[in-house]
Design a protein around this ligand. Structure first.
Ligand code: SF4
Length: 515
């Protein structure tokens, strides 16, 4: 118990209840720093609750209860960290929490059930949770808000049980239980009349799979009942083929025209390029962190890379200067630690690529991997998105760039585009990152990936890579509880590799009820 990395048996923190037995002791300096950030989050929550529309929203929507778990969620993702690594994690999670608070504030101010500010509502475009917000970079006077992100995506991140009620609701209406819980939960929120109602229009995207299309259909019907017109971007699935790019670009032109018609605003190239310069800088920082992960001293990886990248790449897209400022601070901290050869756990035993669709109810599984078994989750499939620099001055090229972002957005870029991007690329990354292991998330409700099981096994054998399957059901932890995910790894490590854990107290922990 102290300042040094690995000085504490982390399993002793769990009590079996909703919250931990106690806070982690990290030595005086780090404990004080961590506690001050915890207090800052509590103050942010209090400030959020000082707005009347937010209080109404809190009591109107069942999913808002999950937001009580924000401090606990950050604790789960910073477990075991010290020094610069603790600071990097707080830079990321605290900023994401602030951004979500702003999202909720905007949603409740405009929502007809809460603030009902109609003029403000006319300035909002509603977007999907799985959609590139780059489409809004050229509309400086409009806001883009995704209520799905707040009600479903973030809620499950905060509390594993968050959307069980909505899954029950949608299944009572006849939806089969094997549909992916993400679109199913979104549809459940709408059917349960728990969707905030606001916006001049909505822009959806054909994401990745039949489940997602089903969900979008139900949402679109509800938007139209409320007089909110909907545009559905049909981005091509065979995104690696040149022949589809002109069609993809035309979809973007049509979507921009739709937003202009619905809001009376004009697309501004000046605003777009200003945002894209920041987006490009964000990408350069991320690429830099990933470069470090190819060496023996990775600094920004695992959940810290995955969750923050998803936010900056998809939802921020250069529109919020605070994110690029945080990126600069993170890079500075990471470079400092890299020079000092600092490690996140006392021993690095395996270098792993994380592939497949992550379990949303257990994103802190990645810190668990490093703390319990010394397995480094170097880089994940969802962070390996489009990493090229976008045009900063050519409007014609820029349309193709936005189309490319849509085609290659998170999940979509690997679950579609052929086996080259899903299967072949994996072994290329193993080589690039000098990885000896692949942790393969097997989301049992994801039809897009499940058919390839045997091919992954065959190719792992050919490449001499240790392959561990981790089964989960994305947002429904009643189907596969958290301990089952850990046991998938425990079993492999003990019976196949004959290894002992770095921290045996974490092998079996009672966190089934924890926030
Ligand atoms: S996880 Fe799979 S099934 Fe679920 S939305 Fe994504 S692609 Fe579709």
């Amino acid at each position: 118990m102290g300042k040094a990395v690995g000085s504490e048996r982390l399993g002793s923190l769990y009590s079996g209840g909703k919250v931990r037995r106690r806070r982690e002791w990290r030595g005086l300096g780090d404990t004080l720093y961590d506690y001050s950030r915890w207090l800052k989050i509590m103050l942010m929550l209090l400030k959020f609750m000082s707005k009347p529309a937010n209080i109404k929203g809190f009591f109107r929507y069942r999913w808002m209860l999950n937001y009580l778990a924000v401090p606990m969620m950050i604790d789960r993702h910073t477990v075991g960290l010290r020094g610069n690594h603790l600071r990097i994690a707080h830079e990321e999670y605290d900023l994401v929490a602030e951004d979500v608070a702003l999202l909720l504030t905007n949603a409740f101010r405009a929502d007809k059930h809460c603030g009902n500010d109609r003029e403000f509502s006319k300035k909002i475009v509603v977007l999907d949770e799985n959609e590139m917000f780059a489409i809004m970079c050229g509309f400086p006077n409009l806001k883009s808000v995704s209520w799905e992100t707040a009600a479903v995506y973030v809620s499950v991140l905060l509390r594993g049980h968050a959307v069980h009620h909505y899954l029950d609701v949608v299944q009572e209406m006849g939806l089969p239980g094997d549909v992916c819980p993400m679109p199913a939960a979104e549809a459940g929120v709408v059917i349960d009349d728990d969707m905030p109602v606001f916006g001049a229009c909505a822009v959806q995207c054909n994401t990745t799979c039949d489940g997602s299309l089903l969900g979008n259909g139900i949402l679109a019907r509800r938007y139209e009942q409320e007089g909110i017109p909907v545009f559905q971007i049909a981005a091509p699935l065979r995104h690696t083929e040149e022949g589809v790019q002109e069609y993809a670009a035309q979809e973007i032109r049509n979507a921009i025209k739709f937003i202009e018609d619905c809001t009376g605003e004009k697309w501004s190239w000046e605003a777009y390029f200003e945002n894209i310069k920041r987006f490009n800088e964000e990408t350069r920082h991320r690429v830099g962190w990933m470069e470090m992960s190819r060496t023996d001293y990775p600094q920004v990886f695992g959940a810290n890379l995955a969750l923050y990248s998803e936010t900056t790449y998809m939802a921020i897209a250069g529109r919020v200067p605070a994110f690029v400022e945080a990126d600069r601070r993170i890079t500075k901290l990471a470079e400092e630690s890299f020079r000092r050869k600092e490690m996140l756990v006392p021993e690095y035993r395996h270098r792993a690529i994380i592939w497949g669709v992550q379990s949303q109810f257990y994103t802190d599984f990645l810190p668990w991997l490093q703390n319990c078994w010394g397995i480094l989750p170097l880089v994940d499939m969802l962070s390996l998105v489009y990493l090229d620099q976008l045009s900063e001055d050519d409007p014609e090229q820029a349309i193709y760039d936005i189309a490319r972002l849509y085609e290659e957005m998170i999940m979509r870029n690997r679950t579609h585009g052929g086996y080259e991007v899903l299967l072949d690329d994996l072994w290329r990354y193993c080589e690039e990152y000098n990885a000896d292991m692949v942790i393969l998330w097997e989301h049992i409700g994801c039809k897009a990936l499940n058919g390839m099981h045997g091919m992954f096994e065959e190719r792992a054998r050919e490449h001499g890579i240790k392959l561990i399957w981790v089964n989960h059901d994305l947002m429904d932890m009643r189907v596969v509880p958290k301990q089952n995910l850990r046991d998938d790894v425990n079993r492999y490590m003990r019976s196949v590799l004959r290894e002992e854990p770095l921290d045996p107290s974490l092998e079996v922990i009672d966190d089934a009820q924890s926030w």
